[in-house]
Design a protein around this ligand. Structure first.
Ligand code: MTE
Length: 318
């Protein structure tokens, strides 16, 4: 993910290195991480004390969602992250531990019957939690397959009671440059924001994720609450959400605000539509040396293709 107007030192490693070399090195690193059997997993220990939601895990798995590939080893997924609030490299586990996740409040506002705030610990016990195995495809052409635990976004939308005029749902990450040093970089449009259409939000697939690998989600993956939208590029899956707004206009998102020609609003996975600077035809499987052909809508076309019928003028795949 490249930003034109930031200094050279801030280039992420995926841009500073030719892509093929970067991907090989990453596969090696990820493969290596998997070999450290029994080593403590990054992010599982917390300086913030015992997680008050521990008793909710593991949640019951919804067996409807199956994979066509092995689950990514936890150590690989947990040590190769994008969380720009804590740095532009993939190695942000230690930095992300500065994220204070309690108390954590989520504000629900905009076009709803009644705006309100709710403590995360209350929200997570109010709505149904389930585990799902999903593929996850980053726009940088790597992918993983992980067990997420979360609240179906559809259930959350019903709970929030949006008004009929709401056309989009907008998600916002916390803003606290003292806790998250990356937010001091003023060339980014902080806070990180993302959005979906209301039709997408009502689809069965998006999850408001609270856990991963049968445990509460660690900081590097976006504790305590993040979105996961498995048919879109990973940047849509916004981490550490503090505000959810229902709005009538399409929200401007973080990456769109930086580089609209490369990262659009819809960002649906499509192997035939290249990123302006690299192919999306295949993906590197995190933690292995394997590449796999990328699937249209990341393999979730049956559930989501209908959402885009007739939207011919839209750039649905970037
Ligand atoms: N959310 C926030 N707040 N900040 C980020 O930098 N990166 C996005 C997405 N959500 C990001 C974010 C990108 S580019 C990806 S690929 C995924 O998070 C990575 O999720 P993971 O680190 O849990 O694999």
């Amino acid at each position: 993910m490249l930003i034109k107007n930031r200094p050279a030192w801030a280039l992420p490693e995926s841009q500073a290195t030719p892509e093929s070399i970067f991907l090989n090195r990453r596969a090696l690193m990820a493969g290596g991480a998997g070999l450290i059997a029994g080593a403590a997993l990054p992010g599982t220990a917390s300086a913030q004390g015992a997680d008050p939601t521990l008793d909710l895990y593991p949640a019951k798995r919804n067996e409807t969602y199956t994979l066509d590939r092995p689950v990514t080893p936890e150590a690989d997924a947990a040590s190769y992250n994008n969380f720009y609030e804590f740095g532009t490299s993939k190695d942000i586990v230690a930095a992300s531990k500065r994220l204070v996740t309690r108390p954590w409040t989520v504000a629900i506002d905009g076009m709803v019957e009644k705006p309100f705030e709710i403590a995360f610990d209350e929200l997570v016990r109010k709505l149904p939690l389930e585990e799902r195995l999903y593929r996850f495809r980053c726009v940088e052409a790597w992918s993983m397959a992980v067990p997420w635990t979360g609240i179906p976004l559809k259930a959350f939308v019903d709970f929030a009671k949006p008004l009929s005029g709401a056309k989009y749902i907008r998600f916002e990450t916390f803003l606290n440059p003292r806790m998250a040093p990356g937010q001091s970089a003023r060339w980014y449009p902080w806070p990180y924001t993302e959005g979906l259409s209301m039709a997408e939000a009502a689809n069965e697939l998006p999850l408001l994720v609270t856990g991963i690998y049968g445990k509460p989600i660690p900081t590097q993956h976006g504790a305590p609450l993040r979105l996961v939208v498995p048919w879109k590029y990973g940047f849509k899956s916004v981490k550490s959400i503090t505000k959810i707004s229902f709005v009538s206009e399409r929200p401007k998102t973080f990456w769109e605000g930086l580089q609209a020609a490369e990262y659009g609003f819809w960002a649906n996975v499509n192997p035939e539509v290249s990123h302006p600077r690299w192919s999306q035809a295949s993906e590197q499987i995190l933690g292995t040396r394997d590449r796999k052909p990328t699937l249209l809508y990341n393999g979730y076309g049956e559930q989501v293709a209908g959402l885009y019928k007739g939207m011919t003028g839209e750039k649905l795949f970037m």
